[in-house]
Design a protein around this ligand. Structure first.
Ligand code: NAD
Length: 378
């Protein structure tokens, strides 16, 4: 069977869905792996590295014979025209609010897997693209903040005087926030963090940062069974804003990562809070693609406010560290695909009963099959 890895058509996407390591493993399993020319060029993987590990370098049209397509972004309608009906497509599908794109994949007859729906269970940890990419986004957020900040982050005592340590506040400490804390600490900043889930408190402390939150009864019940945050009440949000407002005014860098599954990102930093910060301070809003945590953040832009605060709203932050992000993303896809490979026949066979398949399969046999979209999207 043939596995095809295209060059991403979105010019803003620097990642690639295969690495020399995953190509080697897939070839070892008996597959013919075809990589589109220059697919890894922006992720610092030259064609020669893929070829040296068993891949054939091909063109976009080679997708026509592929049984499996590994991608970063979901296929466009134009791309789908060349896909073989029945082909398996593994990608970050970004399905919410994109009904037409889901319908197009069903129409093309492909079996499309939304990798972001991978259950967060022990067995699937190595297939979890949200975690592998959020971890790097948290790291890159601090690098981006340091770049925009016109001062040094660590305290430096020199013969010519002392540079004070930067104060960094991380809002939302899931996977991205925890890595942001760890990175800012490594760079010598004084770090504080907040979240609405009680479990975050201990994790923040274990990284050597200080935790700040309204710890009332609602806070104690804010974590869902899945480990995510609930949307907090208006009353809680007001108390949280009162507590954080004073703190934010004293910060040099604020990094926000707060998300609520299926809901717009909570607004945590108001325009008044931004206005309270010193000129030269930096805010990085990692939630900007989901509506943003910061008032005034603009997706894809670095905005400077009237009082000289920079609000960073870069899109596709994992793509800004594409070489590392691609290696981990490729491994996530490989690990999942491997669970579907019949070792004797050396072919991929789909078991619709498997919980990982059931959780991620969006379209199959010409239909939308995922419970969140079946019947809604036709
Ligand atoms: P996420 O991206 O959904 O949200 C980021 C953070 O924002 C979360 O910590 C959330 O509590 C916080 N948040 C939401 N609303 C907020 C508000 N109003 N104020 C402040 N913070 C707010 O989260 P994530 O990174 O996907 O992690 C979610 C959970 O899943 C965590 O408990 C994490 O440890 C867990 N997890 C488990 C696994 C696994 O078991 N395989 C893998 C990854 C993550």
């Amino acid at each position: 069977q043939i596995i095809f890895v295209p060059r991403e058509v979105d010019a803003a996407e620097a990642r690639v869905a295969a690495s020399p390591e995953t190509v080697k493993r897939l070839s070892g399993l008996g597959f013919t792996v075809v990589i589109e020319k220059d697919a890894g060029a922006n992720a610092r993987i030259p064609d020669a590295d893929f070829a040296a590990n068993g891949a054939t370098i091909g063109s976009a049209a080679d997708v026509k014979s592929a049984d499996v397509v590994l991608k970063v972004r979901r296929p466009t309608t134009a791309e789908l025209k060349n896909y073989k009906p029945g082909a398996l497509v593994l990608a970050s599908m970004d399905p919410y609010g994109n009904d037409a794109a889901i319908a197009a994949m069903a129409g093309a007859g492909v079996s499309a897997f939304a990798m972001e729906f991978m259950p967060r269970i022990t067995r699937a940890q190595s297939m979890d693209i949200l975690s592998s990419q959020a971890n790097l986004a948290g790291y890159q957020a601090v690098v981006d903040a340091a770049y925009e900040y016109d001062r040094a982050l660590p305290m430096m005592m020199t013969a010519a005087g002392t540079v004070p340590a930067a104060k960094v506040f991380v809002m939302g400490v899931g996977v991205a926030g925890l890595q942001a804390i760890a990175t800012a600490r490594r760079m010598g900043a004084v770090v504080t963090a907040t979240d609405v889930r009680p479990a975050a408190k201990e994790q923040v402390a274990s990284l050597g940062a200080k935790f700040l939150a309204v710890e009332d009864e609602e806070f104690k019940a804010a974590e869902t069974a899945g480990g995510y945050a609930k949307e907090m009440s208006k009353e809680y949000q007001a108390k949280q804003a009162a507590l954080t407002a004073e703190h934010i005014a004293k910060q040099d860098i604020v990094i926000t990562t707060a998300l609520i599954p299926g809901r717009p990102a909570p607004k945590l930093v108001s325009a008044a809070m931004v206005a309270s910060m010193k000129a030269g301070s930096v805010i990085v809003d990692l939630a900007v693609e989901r509506g943003g945590n910061v008032e005034g953040a603009v997706a894809g832009e670095v905005v400077t406010t009237a009082n000289g605060v920079k609000i960073v709203g870069h899109l596709n932050v994992p793509g800004r560290v594409a070489a590392s992000a691609s290696l981990l993303y490729a491994k996530n896809l490989y690990t999942f695909l491997e669970t579907m490979v019949d070792k004797e026949t050396k072919t991929v066979s789909l078991n619709l009963e498997d919980e990982l398949v059931a959780a991620t399969l969006l379209t199959h046999g010409g239909k939308v099959v995922h419970p969140n979209f079946a019947g809604v999207v036709t």
